[in-house]
Design a protein around this ligand. Structure first.
Ligand SMILES: Cc1cc2nc3c(=O)[nH]c(=O)nc-3n(C[C@H](O)[C@H](O)[C@H](O)COP(=O)(O)O)c2cc1C
Length: 206
């Protein structure tokens, strides 16, 4: 068992968790491939049900990332009415810009779950999200920002075709499912920390 004797490490770890925020505006600066690989490796350190490591990632950079913007813009059409009711006008416009440009993020990662009969559905999904959170944190350690997005689900079938997932036998068997996207890049804004409302979230039983 690894021991973390250094109290400084513990403090830094909690500081890392608190510092993580969704970043929606990025510098137009490429992310080194090695940094992306370390972030993916961090994701794949996550626990998974029956250790099936059922995450599957499609990494979009360069031209493919640029082409993806069309799908992100289409996803906005599916979401905008709900957001218009929920968000202040300034935040609504900011979010619209994010969907149209992805905040200029140079990297998009589409995260899939391979749901096979050997594992419960929700366990498979949860395993992939554990990897996604590891990746959010690793991005921060790399000096990068990250935003997890459910938005790609609005145009799920098109995303599946765009990344070529639909040509894989596991997809044709109905086992490969898109869960979310991540954008990555060097942050170009410092959003305030979204407040946490911890009241009523935890019940202790004795
Ligand atoms: C599963 C999931 C889906 C999300 N989808 C979107 C999205 O489509 N677009 C977006 O701008 N943010 C998205 N977010 C980011 C949340 O809005 C954000 O995590 C939340 O407001 C809390 O802010 P924070 O991440 O800065 O702490 C998503 C987050 C999660 C975990």
């Amino acid at each position: 068992m690894i021991e973390f004797k250094d109290a400084g490490f513990r403090g830094e770890f909690y500081r890392l968790l608190e510092a993580r925020k969704s970043i929606r505006k990025y510098q137009p600066k490429p992310v080194p491939r090695e940094a992306i690989e370390r972030i993916l490796a961090a994701g794949m350190h996550a626990p998974s049900g029956k250790n099936r490591q059922n995450w599957r990632f499609f990494v979009l950079t360069g031209k493919k990332r640029d082409e993806y913007l069309k799908l992100s813009q289409k996803a906005w059409l599916g979401i905008k009415d709900v957001l218009e009711k929920r968000l202040k006008p300034s935040l609504y416009r900011f979010t619209e810009r994010f969907f149209f440009t992805l905040g200029d993020a140079p990297v998009v990662i589409l995260c899939y779950s391979l749901n096979d009969a050997e594992e419960r559905y929700h366990t498979s999904i949860g395993s992939v999200y554990m990897a996604v959170e590891n990746m959010n944190l690793a991005a921060l350690v790399e000096g990068l920002g990250c935003c997890t997005m459910g938005a790609p689900l609005e145009v799920r079938d098109e995303v599946d075709r765009f990344v070529g997932a639909d040509r894989l036998p596991e997809y044709q068997d109905g086992a490969l499912e898109l869960l979310c996207g991540l954008v990555l890049g060097y942050p170009d804004h410092e959003p305030p920390k979204a407040p946490r409302q911890n009241e009523g979230r935890v019940r202790w039983l004795e």
